[in-house]
Design a protein around this ligand. Structure first.
Ligand code: ADP
Ligand code: ADP
Length: 237
């Protein structure tokens, strides 16, 4: 079947320094793909190309193609707000906005003009349940999101992405700032979410990649040196 996101001949330069070399990868729907490799090999840089999070940085030059379904996301016709609704991102450091859980989750929807309180309530509940944090926050929806633990904040951030019904969720080391239990909870949540979403996750944790991902891309010095089914990549020789 056709991939949901693919890249072809993707090069990225920070000034004169070439951080990505001819990246050609294709991601299938409803799979978790892990991007692994040593620090500085270009994983985050690549991830950010997939929803154009880095093309506004001064001195960055990107050539090649990134396709989301049939659309070249670097074409001038692309509406970035629409694109980022389809392709959401979760960062390493939980970064809820400094206001209530409810307002965090409904932020994107209200920007999109959704006003119906009942509809907003439904989406808040659905998103927080999908992110497996509903039970913990349902009696505190109007508390500041920053008053929760790191693991809870990260799940609130995942819910905030889910609220706008994306197709793809990009995650940049989403558990590396968390304790082991919160991290395991998020891994389990991702395994549930892949039924409905495509997930591309940067991780420096090879065990995490082997536990949760269907496919793994191994980056080295800005190149993809291996990309295969995770079960094949992690077999002992
Ligand atoms: P990884 O995520 O694998 O650790 P990065 O994508 O963060 O790697 O970085 C890849 C390379 O690009 C590194 O050499 C890094 O120093 C460089 N780099 C990352 N961001 C910038 C930037 N904004 N300006 C200049 N160089 C950068
Ligand atoms: P409903 O009342 O609609 O059946 P649930 O409250 O059972 O919804 O939650 C829906 C899904 O979210 C279930 O899979 C449940 O396991 C999961 N879930 C909800 N809250 C949490 C939580 N705090 N931790 C883990 N999973 C949760």
């Amino acid at each position: 079947t056709a991939p949901i996101i693919s890249t072809n001949n993707l090069d990225l330069y920070y000034g004169d320094f070439q951080a990505l070399h001819q990246i050609k990868l294709a991601f299938q729907e409803n799979e978790i793909s892990a991007l692994i490799g040593p620090s500085g090999c270009g994983k985050s840089t690549f991830l950010r190309c997939l929803n154009r999070m880095n093309d506004m940085i001064d001195g960055v030059t990107i050539t090649g193609a990134v396709n989301f379904r049939d659309q070249d996301i670097y074409s001038p016709q692309t509406n970035l707000v629409d694109l980022r609704k389809e392709i959401g991102m979760v960062f390493q450091q939980p970064n809820p906005f400094p206001f209530s859980v409810y307002d965090n989750i409904t932020y994107g929807l209200r920007i999109a003009g959704v006003k119906d309180k009942q509809k907003l309530d439904e989406i808040v509940e659905r998103s927080l349940k999908q992110a497996a944090v509903w039970d913990e926050v349902k009696d505190h929806l109007y508390d500041n999101a920053l008053s929760f633990s790191g693991g809870q904040q990260q799940r609130i951030c995942i819910a905030r992405v889910l609220a706008v019904s994306p197709s793809v969720i990009l995650m940049d080391e989403p558990t590396s700032a968390l304790d082991p239990i919160s991290s395991a909870n998020i891994e389990n949540t991702l395994l549930e979410l892949k039924k409905d979403y495509t997930i591309i996750i940067v991780t420096h944790n090879l065990q995490q990649a082997s536990r949760i991902s269907d496919r793994t891309a191994f980056f080295m010095e800005g190149r993809v040196v291996e990309y295969d089914d995770t079960t094949k990549m992690f077999v002992n020789p």
